[in-house]
Design a protein around this ligand. Structure first.
Ligand SMILES: [Mg+2]
Length: 389
């Protein structure tokens, strides 16, 4: 089997005015995604998806990375990842056994493009084998515990919002503890108190600060939230401040989670070296696709660090994250977004199998989901930023 063509198609999903919510990132007006199609001489086509700005991603994919893939056998997926990562030095890099990365490919939107292509290559391999992707990677489980990821409601409304997720059967829920309405520790504590009231004593509660706090404030919040039994405190400080994150971690018994903004295993090695995290949250569409996330899983497991894949974006990315969660031995839970996301929930013909707070494996080969006939037309790309401030 040989790769013959690589295509990238930008998508957008405008958020209706009444569903727009304000967060610390601004007001979300649309969601973007780029679908990736890797075609072969056998007629089989692999599908992936990318984060990043669609026209930029499409240019990187079609005018740069495609040249590393065309004519290659998708079963040489490790080699293909290294070709995309190392660029013109990929041959000596593989001969010598050391990475010799092309500078611009180590991180940023180029690594997001590499990630999406790698997902498509794995989809292709699993389809060629006629088995679901998690089995092609090596299956660890047939279902994984899920957590409802939401928690934007202000003040006491957090009780009803978070309680609603628990009522849907989730045994773990996550809420944001920073917002646009002016941050204060007191307000944060009130909201978490309301959330705990809403979900009762036994549902796990996680909090996410979106990497936005100063270290002393994060330490203070961890102290104030300890009575509410927090399952993890996510991104208390910037990912560029692993020293601060480690300080927060040393100050509290609440586990620290981070990693959604890290690129490649080298980004995670940095967090591990700083002893900054208890839970690693690689995003399959940013950290380097299935190939690199397997390396991150092995690396973190050697430090007794558990994996909770970050899963945000279109359905292809959720499906890829699910297969990661079903195959990574140190994964204990998967994120299931509760935001307004038609591109996650209405992209495929097949529904996700989410029951009793767990996500179950799809049976079909590859990612296990097929695009609806009208998907590309319905979610046509609209130029402009995803957030307005
Ligand atoms: Mg987060």
């Amino acid at each position: 089997m040989k790769i013959t063509r690589v295509r990238a198609v930008g998508l957008s999903d405008p958020v209706p005015f009444e569903r727009r919510h304000r967060t610390d990132l601004g007001t979300k007006v649309k969601s973007d995604a780029t679908l990736i199609f890797v075609e072969t001489d056998t007629g089989l086509c692999g599908m992936g998806a990318c984060l990043g700005t669609p026209p930029v991603i499409a240019a990187i994919v079609e005018h740069e990375l495609a040249f590393e893939l065309i004519g290659e056998d998708p079963f040489f997926s490790e080699r293909l990842f290294e070709k995309m990562y190392n660029g013109s030095r990929s041959q000596p890099a593989l001969e010598r056994g050391v990475a010799q990365a092309e500078t611009s490919r180590r991180s940023g939107m180029v690594m997001e493009a590499i990630s999406g292509l790698d997902i498509a290559i794995w989809d292709l391999k699993a389809k060629a084998l006629g088995i679901p992707l998690y089995q092609a990677i090596g299956a660890a489980r047939q279902s994984v515990r899920a957590y409802a990821s939401g928690g934007w409601a202000p003040g006491a409304e957090a009780e009803a919002e978070m309680g609603g997720y628990a009522a849907k059967g989730f045994s773990a829920v996550k809420m944001r503890v920073v917002g646009r309405e002016g941050f204060s520790i007191d307000h944060c504590v009130q909201r978490v108190e309301a959330a705990r009231r809403g979900i009762g004593p036994s549902v796990e509660l996680m909090v996410d600060a979106h990497a936005s706090l100063e270290t002393p404030v994060a330490i203070e919040i961890a102290r104030a939230l300890t009575p509410f039994r927090i399952a993890w405190f996510e991104e208390p400080v910037s990912p560029d401040n692993p020293w601060g994150m480690a300080e927060v971690r040393r100050s509290t018994s609440i586990p620290i989670a981070s990693g959604e903004r890290e690129f490649s295993r080298f980004g995670f090695r940095n967090l591990l070296e700083h002893r900054a995290i208890d839970i690693a949250q690689p995003d399959v569409a940013r950290a380097g696709g299935i190939t690199e996330i397997r390396r991150i899983s092995a690396l973190t497991s050697a430090f007794d660090i558990r994996l909770a894949p970050h899963a945000w974006g279109c359905g292809v990315l959720f499906a890829a994250s699910l297969h990661v969660a079903l195959s990574a031995v140190n994964c204990h839970i998967l994120e299931v977004s509760q935001g307004y996301m038609p591109m996650m929930n209405e992209l495929f013909n097949e529904p996700y199998d989410i029951r009793n707070g767990r996500v179950f494996a799809p049976d079909a080969p590859g990612l296990g989901f097929t695009l609806r006939a009208d998907a590309l037309e319905r979610f046509q790309y609209v130029d402009g930023p995803e957030y307005t401030f």
